[in-house]
Design a protein around this ligand. Sequence first.
Ligand code: AMP
Ligand code: MN
Length: 271
Amino acid sequence: MVSDGTLTPEALAQRAKANGVELWALTDHDEVGGQQRAQAAAQALGMGYLTGTEISITFAGQTVHIVGLGFNAEDDNIQKGLYQTRGGRGLRAQEMSASLAAAGIKGAYEGALKYAGNPELISRTHFARFLVEAGVCSETNEVFRKYLTEGKPGFVPHRWASLKDAVHWIRDAGGVAVIAHPARYPFSATEEYALFSEFKAHGGQAVEVVTGSHTAAEYVKYADMALEFDLAASRGSDFHSPDESRTDLGTLPYLPGKLTPVWDLLTHRIQ
Ligand code: AMP
Ligand code: MN
């Protein structure tokens, strides 16, 4: 991956193949730089491939992720949108570092940058890895809990793209927009309803139902929401690293049979 995953696109493809995956998408945050390699690796191993990215947006004051699948990764407009989105990361990272320094943790920007390689792609995950390395916490989940989530010393609110822009970038480039891991957002029922309604109104077509960050009860809840809003369903591991991810590639349960899989909308885009 080229954002905050630890494996290369080729290693991911190998791992997916070994786990029986038939069709997959690499979804780096706000970036499509790994797409060609991922597609070539999938092809070499006889797997289907859809282009992918996971766009950070702000909705009702919270960060939400919108996955794009099957779009043309060379499209100028989506490339420009992703470039602008990445521009905000470097600045946010410096503010996070200042905030951690005020809490007694020095050098976090430089430490996180070492993991990211590129200030444009620096993410909270890289800070989490550095704080584990520095011995502040013993694992990355603990870092998020204590430092990198709202109200904690290293958290810096940030305004990303709008829901409308992200959905339009994806659709205009021939792809399908997907609400990623909806159970992860701290929304009230009203805000969540607004997210789904506005997403649909802007042309969004799918929701992630089965994902490494949902419980079995949440599969059921979002399967119902998919039907209620007439959205197709997707299934995503949210796999970042063998050491950090709870869910390995290709190991999640199948989508409930009553749903339309998102790849059924994208058969013409499978490479
Ligand atoms: P960013 O885009 O920089 O805000 O960072 C998002 C990354 O942080 C994603 O890769 C998530 O998987 C990861 N992340 C967000 N919240 C948590 C959490 N509570 N525990 C572990 N990882 C998280
Ligand atoms: Mn995400």
